[in-house]
Design a protein around this ligand. Structure first.
Ligand code: NDP
Ligand code: OXD
Length: 316
């Protein structure tokens, strides 16, 4: 079978070698095509990150497309037009959960230990110990509790903070334990009112675009910290900046932006209470991702349906 890889962020040979290694373990015979340099070659399966529409449109025999990341918000619209009947699968953790847990844990401690306040005091040369909030009342709220949210929540649980979550369905993923209340999205404001740190780990879909606007962010308790490691367009950044300047919000840790790279003149860059990282909270790891994709291809070959198939109606 032929596997085409389109990934502008990794040298093709890394994918080719990792896929061949895992195919061997599964006794599958594969030929791996560099889709960027052989755009007319037809493949059975495609492994892609932000492929051009034209290339996808030219593929006539695809049995499945694997998104080389968790979020399918940029690929799904292309699939709808150019490959509407081909199943789309996303990565399920594949080594990203641990990275996301690191990212969120750092932000939670940064907020809890009032590091932005100390940074402000340092600019004035002021030596002033600040009061620490009781940990038991410092709720960490996860908006989105899928593979990424659960991995991060488990880490924060080990740090002994109280947890709460809000998801579309109001239930945990099958088989997942969560040690706090889980609200359905219809109770978003009630959830937000209890989050001293709000962690966004939900997909960007038509339902979630701009979900965190002024009205929603105002529900957070005074001094709350916002962590966005999901997608920039979930959050209206002008509203976030207004609430920071009004001192309703205490700070933000942002990994994702509506426009990436974040434009040089964006006010988020220079706001003293905003920390910016360049979409690195959890990066695709070639080895674990190749292993997962090959296991799923083997399942498809056996006539089984693997996990991680995107529901085009829900958009994730
Ligand atoms: P999952 O599909 O495993 O989980 C998605 C979660 O979001 C589920 O809990 C789901 O609810 C919830 N959700 C979906 N729609 C809504 C809604 N309308 N309102 C409230 N909750 C909703 O995704 P992952 O955990 O794997 O990834 C989440 C997102 O994180 C990705 O889509 C991607 O955008 C982002 N990401 C960012 C990375 C980075 O480096 N910055 C790296 C990896 C991912 P339910 O359980 O009811 O279905
Ligand atoms: C992803 C990402 O969706 O890295 O995997 O943003």
């Amino acid at each position: 079978m032929k596997l085409a890889v389109w990934d502008p962020d990794e040298p093709f040979r890394r994918w080719r070698d990792a896929l061949a290694q895992h195919a061997g373990e599964l006794r599958l015979s594969v030929e791996v095509i560099d889709a960027a340099s052989e755009p007319d070659e037809q493949a059975d399966f495609a492994l892609v990150w932000k492929p051009p529409a034209q290339w996808l449109a030219g593929q006539q025999g695809l049995r499945a497309v694997f998104n080389l990341g968790a979020g399918v918000d940029s690929l799904l619209p292309l699939m709808r037009v150019h490959a509407p009947d081909v199943p789309l699968l996303r990565l399920e953790d594949a080594g990203m959960g641990r990275q996301m847990a690191d990212y969120v844990a750092e932000a939670v401690l940064h907020a809890y230990r009032r590091m932005d306040d100390y940074a402000a005091l340092q600019t004035q040369g002021t030596w002033e110990p600040l009061v620490l909030a009781p940990r038991t009342g410092f709720g960490i709220g996860f908006l989105g509790l899928g593979h990424m949210g659960l991995a991060a929540a488990r880490r924060v649980q080990a740090m002994e903070f109280p947890l709460l979550a809000c998801t579309r369905s109001g239930t945990p993923r099958a088989g997942a334990d969560f040690p706090g209340p889980i609200y359905g999205i219809d109770r978003l404001y009630e959830f937000l009112a209890q989050c001293r740190v709000l962690v966004l780990l939900l997909p960007l879909t038509p339902d979630t675009h701009g979900l965190l606007d002024y009205a929603a962010l105002s529900q957070l308790p005074r001094g709350a910290h916002v962590v966005n490691a999901a997608r920039g367009a979930l959050l209206r950044s002008a509203d976030l900046l207004d609430l920071l300047d009004e001192q309703h919000l205490g700070g933000a840790t942002l990994d994702v932006f509506e426009s990436e790279p974040l434009p040089p003149d964006d006010p988020l860059w220079s706001h003293p209470r905003v920390r910016v990282t360049p979409h690195v909270a959890a990066q695709t790891l070639v080895g674990p991702a190749a292993a997962q994709v090959m296991r799923k291809i083997a399942a498809i070959e056996r006539g089984e349906s693997p996990g991680g198939v995107v529901d085009p109606r829900l958009g994730y």
